[in-house]
Ligand binder design. Structure first.
Ligand code: OGA
Ligand code: MN
Length: 294
């Protein structure tokens, strides 16, 4: 059976799920990595309620990561992803350009587990979001590379967001060995599935601990080429789509869209745990296939 990357759940109004349906959705999310649930209508509070199906809520972002002058609009656990400006001030983050392959909050000591988006306004073209299965990315590496990276840590740079913007209050430092960031294992165990995934965070300013910059760049380029050769699933957003993914084993990117178009999504997230590697887990088989009845 091929590796899963996403499953569509058809379950009616997600504001009305029973406890047992919520449990099934959680399991389907762990098994399939990304869930798409169409036709929903959620206000920010209802998005938070649904997000708790997957774990405990986390804050959207520390204040320092909000665009200058911006406060959370609804709740500190809800953020807005949008290119719209009101009175010259962006109402949300990430603009209209490409958002390169990344894992959410990998530059935090304790990165989030789940990210959940609901589409509120969607452009008529572009702006699709793509997802890659990072269990597969790990498992399909050549044996010698797997062994080589098993105990390495990667610095996850904090300077740039995935839209290429410098985070507020930070100055770019060109040398990746010196720029601010957080070290995480290159291979991490998902504590809820017990399976190992390649954990790359972001490419820009990344550095592999203990290697010379040249060696680090070479190995990172190899791993990123491997990542970009993985099959990806893209969501063609429709208003009312809810997409939930597991940042412990999924990377995502967004295509650009015309600046003349409007795009608004609300976003919520669950608290994760500190990334670690359980070497034993690397031999366990990967979860494959949906368990949720459609
Ligand atoms: C995010 C993100 C991509 C998109 O919210 O973390 O990367 O499609 N969004 O807007
Ligand atoms: Mn993201």
């Amino acid at each position: 059976m091929p590796y899963p990357i996403a499953a569509e759940i058809r379950c009616g109004d997600i504001r009305k799920l029973s406890q047992s349906a919520r449990k099934q959705i959680k399991q389907a999310w762990l098994d399939n990595l990304v869930l798409l649930i169409r036709g929903q209508s959620l206000n920010p509070e209802e998005l938070l309620q649904f997000t708790q199906t997957l774990g405990e809520l986390d804050l959207a972002a520390p204040d320092s990561e909000m665009p200058a002058g911006q406060k959370p609009r609804f709740n500190p656990s809800v953020s807005v992803v949008s290119n719209i400006k009101e009175d010259g001030v962006p109402i949300g983050s990430l603009g209209d350009g490409e958002v390169v392959w990344h894992t959410d909050h990998s530059y935090h000591e304790i990165p989030i587990s789940a990210s959940v988006l609901i589409a509120v306004e969607i452009p008529s073209l572009g702006g699709r979001t793509g997802f890659i299965n990072m269990y597969r990315a790990y498992e399909t590496l050549p044996t010698d590379v797997k062994a080589r990276i098993l105990n390495l840590r990667i610095k996850n740079d904090v300077t740039y967001n995935s839209a290429g913007q410098i985070r507020r209050g930070l100055t770019a430092i060109a040398d990746p060995t010196k720029s601010p960031g957080v070290f995480h294992p290159a291979v991490r165990t998902n504590p809820e599935t017990g399976h190992n995934a390649l954990y790359l965070g972001r490419r820009r300013q990344a550095w592999i601990e203990g290697l010379s910059l040249a060696e680090s760049e070479q190995l990172l380029d190899y791993l990123w080429n491997h990542l970009e050769s993985q099959p990806a699933w893209y969501n063609e957003w429709k208003v009312g789509d809810v997409v939930a993914w597991d940042n412990r084993c999924v990377m995502h990117r967004r295509e650009p869209f015309p600046s003349t178009e409007r795009r608004i999504l609300y976003r919520a997230q669950c608290k994760g745990t500190r990334p670690y590697l359980d070497v034993q887990a690397s031999t366990a088989p990967h979860p494959r296939g949906a368990t949720f009845p459609s």
